[in-house]
Design a protein around this ligand. Structure first.
Ligand code: OGA
Ligand code: FE
Length: 279
């Protein structure tokens, strides 16, 4: 499409480590009244180029870049009730992931709906917004912990012997996501040894661990401009397969796109997180 920019320049928030050398953490509920986060580390803003893959959707795959676009509408359309999402959208998404990846089993372990609300600081679970911070949802340790948490104890050890992944299924809701789209960083441009820093994620009742991302000028950011609800992206957050140059993960972030049409409605999206197993 000729009226599409080939790439845009955008600000991306990266991570810079705590000055005192302590392990970084993000307390996601430091102020339960407004769900305000607290960190012991500093965000660092960098201007980056984000390539628009519109028309080149097939140039990236889960195993090469760490993310993959698809075009398939969901049968579930409303996304207004968690119970209906679990009853309807979870099962069709499991089938979609298995069909496209060839996995033998996929287990959804949560979902998040995001709606941008300018000026709103409440970040409690029902009011999540786009995340303007480069990150990977899990570390290796927290990916393995997810298997133990969500699969029967009798099955987890055997499942961990074979290939497994964590994949997020992300799609816009109700209208195209021109506003605050999602940028994804090609795994081939990431140096996992230098760019990723394990960061505690402190929930009210437990501790998780995510990977924060340090700036690296080699990073190649990409997005699909104007993604529609009929489109989706698989975001790989973890893969136990490391040989054959397999992409193991994908840093990602929401960003303000300077090419967003002035009248574009605020972004609405849903992401499902799945444990994905192979025979
Ligand atoms: C995700 C994620 C952020 C966003 O799907 O894991 O980080 O802005 N999403 O949609
Ligand atoms: Fe994420």
């Amino acid at each position: 499409m000729s009226d599409q920019p080939q790439s845009v320049t955008a600000d991306v928030f990266y991570f810079s480590p705590p000055e005192d050398g302590s392990k970084p953490y993000t307390d996601i509920n430091a102020d339960p009244l407004v769900g305000k986060r607290r960190n012991n580390w500093n965000p660092e803003l960098h201007s980056v180029e984000v390539e628009n893959l519109r028309g080149k959707e097939d140039s990236v795959t889960l195993d090469t870049a760490g993310f993959q676009f698809g075009h398939e509408a969901a049968a579930h359309k409303t996304f207004t009730s968690d119970a209906a999402i679990e009853a309807e959208y979870y099962p069709e998404s499991i089938e979609l992931v298995k069909k496209i990846t060839g996995a033998s089993r996929a287990v959804v372990f949560d979902h998040t709906i995001r709606r941008r609300r300018p000026g709103e600081i409440d970040d409690s679970p029902q009011k999540r917004q786009p995340v303007p911070l480069a990150h990977v949802d899990q570390t290796t340790a927290s990916a393995i912990a997810r298997v133990h948490r969500h699969l029967p104890p009798a099955e987890a050890p055997a499942l961990l012997q074979r290939r497994f992944q964590i994949i997020n299924l992300w799609r816009p809701i109700s209208h195209p996501a021109y506003d605050w789209p999602l940028a994804l960083c090609d795994y081939r441009s990431v140096d996992p040894k230098t760019d990723l820093v394990a960061t505690d994620l402190i929930y009210p009742d437990r501790k998780g661990e995510t990977n924060s991302v340090k700036f690296n000028p080699n990073h190649k950011w990409k997005y699909l401009r104007g993604m529609t609800p009929e489109e989706f992206v698989f975001i790989k957050c973890f893969d136990s397969k490391t040989e054959d140059n397999t992409a193991v993960l994908t840093p990602h972030t929401a960003f303000q796109d300077p090419s967003t049409p002035k009248d574009a409605p605020f972004r609405e999206s849903i992401e499902l997180r799945l444990l994905v197993f192979y025979d």
